[in-house]
Design a protein. Structure first.
Length: 657
């Protein structure tokens, strides 16, 4: 084992300051004894560069790199004359481009798979949900009446391909955008063409000496981000539902205690569901179960992490071992017999930790190889070839386990899988599925508004803490919370994603939850499934009574512990769609600049949403609730809510009497 020598400079911070996740705390402690460090320790010993944190530097050409002074932002310009606003806007745009590229490339992989399934070249996957196929086709104007699934699928594929390739016009899912919102986009020229074109144009416009007007750069940010949210991400979600099934709520186990000492433990971490779906087939092969038993194991135990885990927990009820900041920690258990990854959010640091515990780390995707990991390429045309090989390796690691095994015994239960389709059914019943009851409860004030709380965990803030405290505060104030990605795992570990958590909600929200039998915190899926939130918002507009555009709705969004460029793209597509979106941790621009004012104020006056920023959960909640109340007031709903509060007081007075 590679024992790390601590230099005097290395700070050893109490594990309680790193994370509120008890299992992760236990494993960081064990890791320290074993001489293994994690991203938590590295973050503590790596001061974030203050100039980079403000995006006040530019390296877009070699007359620079140029560094501006965030304390005196207008005191200096770059060698080419670029102002702080140009430099920050260009940097921001490239973050959006990278994040949008990640989601749209993921969506494109799903579309590639769909094409090969439809044309019969791939037989290991099939169309599982024909109802969803028809619904998606209809939503973009494809005729379904009297046609075979195959005919519809062929036409749907061709239409959706333009989400990526359209050189002009509007992407297909623009047809799902509420008319008033679409009108705003058209007015400002931000309706996306194909994502390839938008991302290419951002890279062009942010090259040295091209677009040097921060408002114009922001337009292209919006256009590109919308090509992610209403394009690539939405395609990823819809095609995954068609191929693997549309989620409906299941009770699942989360946390590191889902690992089993006496079983072969396999963890899948990453993002694209096809790898995991094939792995589910492989671990259920009777020959492998026999082989595992022959090796002395009771069976094969499959668990997910990050968004890969979020995809299958809602479709198959597969247990989830933890979110982004627990991926190194889980290896410290010594109980992981293999970790297989595909793309995104895979820390290079995993290689070293895996090596220390004799856990094979397997990369599977040609787009993501990691030095020191073993590559077993996954191919959609013969998926089981790779997943079978991974299972065999895992069994052999179990047989030869040398690492001392210590599994935190933490297991929590969550109920997740609230797809848009299920919410519709849950609220309206099978005969008249509808968002009407949701809108009615918002109008009558039982539900104050809806919040999306999503995104990563980040070692710059205490893991899970901001997610949990923020969500508690929101539901206490009758705000219904929708969740995706790593955030929902934080809440599941805290026990807030079960119907029983309704007792933590305010009186109005509690009443609705108890009537419907739903949790006050609804887990919708992975990060690409933020597109489900866009669809939910559009449906709220369509049903009526809450304004004409997404910007009118009493809703707000937040990624309180974000760390990735994908999150920036998501944040910006929510803003461009009309949602007030608050980010925590840090915001990569200088406060008090014109570009800051543009993102945080002016976009709203143009008919979009706007950005917000705060670090502390109470402060984030205050910003979001204030915004929701402002929207309620604009809709004339502030009176309604007061009446409910009076009712409650009355009821208490009666109770006391
Ligand atoms: Ni979203 Fe999913 Fe997690 Fe953040 Fe990473 S896994 S795509 S980026 S860290 S929520
Ligand atoms: Fe400096 Fe301008 Fe070159 Fe950026 S583009 S590095 S600001 S000279």
């Amino acid at each position: 084992m590679d024992i790390k020598k601590k230099s005097d400079k290395d700070k050893e911070i109490p594990v309680q300051d790193f994370t509120t996740c008890d299992a992760t705390q236990q494993m960081i402690t064990k890791g320290r004894l074993d001489g293994v460090d994690t991203a938590f320790d590295r973050a503590a010993n790596m001061k974030a560069c203050p100039i980079g944190a403000d995006s006040a530097c530019c390296k877009h050409c070699f007359m620079g790199p140029c560094r501006l002074n965030a304390k005196d932002p207008y005191g200096k310009v770059g060698v080419c004359g670029a102002t702080i606003d140009t430099i920050m806007a260009r940097n921001f745009a490239r973050m959006v481009a990278s994040g949008a590229a990640a989601h749209t490339d993921h969506g494109m992989s799903m579309l590639d798979l769909f094409r090969e399934v439809v044309n019969g070249k791939i037989k290991d996957y099939s169309i599982k949900d024909t109802q969803k196929l028809e619904a998606v086709a209809q939503s973009i104007g494809i005729e379904t009446e009297g046609r075979s699934a195959k005919e519809i699928a062929v036409e749907l594929y061709e239409a959706l391909e333009s989400t990526y390739t359209a050189v002009e016009g509007e992407i297909p899912f623009a047809k799902r955008v509420p008319p008033k919102t679409l009108e705003t986009w058209r007015k400002h020229g931000v309706v996306p063409r194909g994502a390839m074109r938008e991302i290419m144009e951002i890279m062009h416009r942010t090259h040295m000496g091209v677009d040097q007007d921060y408002t114009n750069i922001t337009k292209q940010c919006s256009r590109t981000a919308l090509a992610d949210g209403w394009g690539g991400s939405m395609v990823a979600t819809e095609i995954s539902d068609i191929l693997f099934g549309t989620p409906s709520p299941v009770s699942i186990e989360v946390n590191m205690g889902v690992l089993k000492e006496d079983q072969v433990n396999i963890i899948i971490h990453g993002h694209e569901p096809n790898l995991f779906e094939s792995m589910i087939e492989s671990v259920n092969e009777p020959t492998f179960i026999e082989a595992a038993k022959a090796a002395g194991a009771k069976g094969i135990n499959l668990a997910g992490m990050c968004c890969s885990g979020a995809e299958v927990l809602v479709r198959h009820g597969i247990p989830h071992a933890g979110n982004f900041m627990s991926t190194e920690a889980v290896l410290i258990t010594g109980a992981v017999d293999i970790m297989a990854v595909d793309v995104q959010c895979i820390k290079q640091g995993l290689v070293k930790v895996a090596e220390c515990y004799g856990t094979p780390l397997i990369t599977t995707n040609p787009r993501c190889r990691i030095e020191g990991a073993t590559h077993i390429e996954f191919n959609d045309h013969e998926p089981k070839k790779s997943t079978d090989e991974i299972v065999i390796k895992a069994i052999s690691r179990f047989k030869n386990r040398k690492a001392k095994v210590q599994i935190p015994q933490n297991v929590n239960i969550g109920v997740h899988g609230f797809s848009h389709e299920y919410i519709n059914y849950m609220l309206g019943g099978s005969f008249r599925g509808s968002y009407r009851p949701l809108n009615d409860n918002i109008i009558n004030g039982r539900i104050r508004g809806v919040a999306g709380v999503v995104g990563c965990t980040n070692p710059r803030v205490k893991q899970d803490h901001v997610h949990i405290e923020l969500v508690k505060e929101l539901i206490k104030n009758d705000v219904l919370v929708l969740q995706t990605g790593c955030s929902q795992i934080a809440l599941a570990k805290a026990g807030l994603t079960t119907p029983e958590a309704a007792h933590l909600a305010g009186p109005g929200l509690r009443e609705v939850c108890e009537t419907v039998g739903m949790p006050p915190v609804l887990g919708l899926g992975s990060c690409v499934d933020n597109s489900r939130i866009l669809i939910a918002a559009s449906e709220m507009v369509r049903i009526g009574g809450l304004g004409d555009s997404i910007a009118d709705l009493p809703v707000a969004g937040c990624a309180p512990e974000y760390m990735s460029e994908k999150a920036i793209s998501i944040g910006h597509y929510f803003v461009a769609s009309g949602v007030y979106t608050v980010f925590g941790v840090t915001f990569p621009i200088v406060q008090g600049t014109r570009f800051h004012k543009h993102l945080f104020e002016e976009l709203e006056t143009m008919g979009f949403g706007k950005w917000g920023f705060a670090i502390e959960p109470q402060e984030i909640a205050r910003l979001m609730i204030n915004h929701i109340d402002k929207k309620r007031q604009a809709l004339g709903l502030d009176k309604g809510r007061e009446r409910v509060l009076v009712d409650m007081q009355d009821r208490r007075a009666i109770d006391a009497a």
